[in-house]
Write a protein that binds this ligand. Sequence first.
Ligand SMILES: CC(C)(COP(=O)(O)OP(=O)(O)OC[C@H]1O[C@@H](n2cnc3c(N)ncnc32)[C@H](O)[C@@H]1OP(=O)(O)O)[C@@H](O)C(=O)NCCC(=O)NCCS
Length: 203
Amino acid sequence: MTKDESFRRSNLPRISDIGFGIEPPVPNPDPPLVGPTVALRPFRPDDFAAASIVDPDPASAVWVPPMPGDDGASVAEYYEACRRDGDLLHLVAADRSSDRYLGEVMLAIGEHRVGEVGCVIRPDERGHGTAVEALGLLADWALGPLGLPRLQVFVAVQNLGGLRLSERIGFRHEGVLRSYGEHDGRRFDAFVLSRLPTDPART
Ligand SMILES: CC(C)(COP(=O)(O)OP(=O)(O)OC[C@H]1O[C@@H](n2cnc3c(N)ncnc32)[C@H](O)[C@@H]1OP(=O)(O)O)[C@@H](O)C(=O)NCCC(=O)NCCS
């Protein structure tokens, strides 16, 4: 068991165990989610090398947790275990034509079936609309076929890219959470934004 698995399997009650989340597992989207240039699919062991470029990126390190394993097989198994447990759907955003790894999108499901989304794109693949397409596909599915009543996202106030991304896919500002996160020993504030099934999908 890796240190991440032992943390995840600690004695704390899980949201799905205490009946406030969704009935596990989180289903994989069926049919798979595909946009004009991006397709979403589960993480595969052979994504490990391409995904490894994300962790050392300073912009990603502030907000995206490091990969939960030391090799592709353990990372893929970790995400699959989270999905089975009803806690998290973690998908690769792949190039629709070549299947090349571009980044990742995440949907964590918490109390009262509230979903929290996140996204990271490889530094050398940014600036082409990939995040808007990939996270937009996941958000539309989570509020539509999956049936979640609310999605939310927390974005560090200095993260202009993350903020603009969230606004572009229909999230609305709700406020600023003071001293919400910590990086390199310094606390930072975060915007909280949300989208409901009745909100327009795009701005
Ligand atoms: C934020 C991130 C996912 C954006 O990925 P991307 O594929 O480059 O984003 P897109 O090309 O789809 O652009 C999304 C919007 O954000 C804007 N944007 C992207 N990076 C930006 C930046 N650094 N500063 C200001 N705006 C930015 C784009 O211009 C676009 O808005 P527009 O359509 O009005 O022009 C990427 O920079 C990243 O992985 N960052 C590190 C992890 C992170 O911060 N994740 C967000 C937490 S939710």
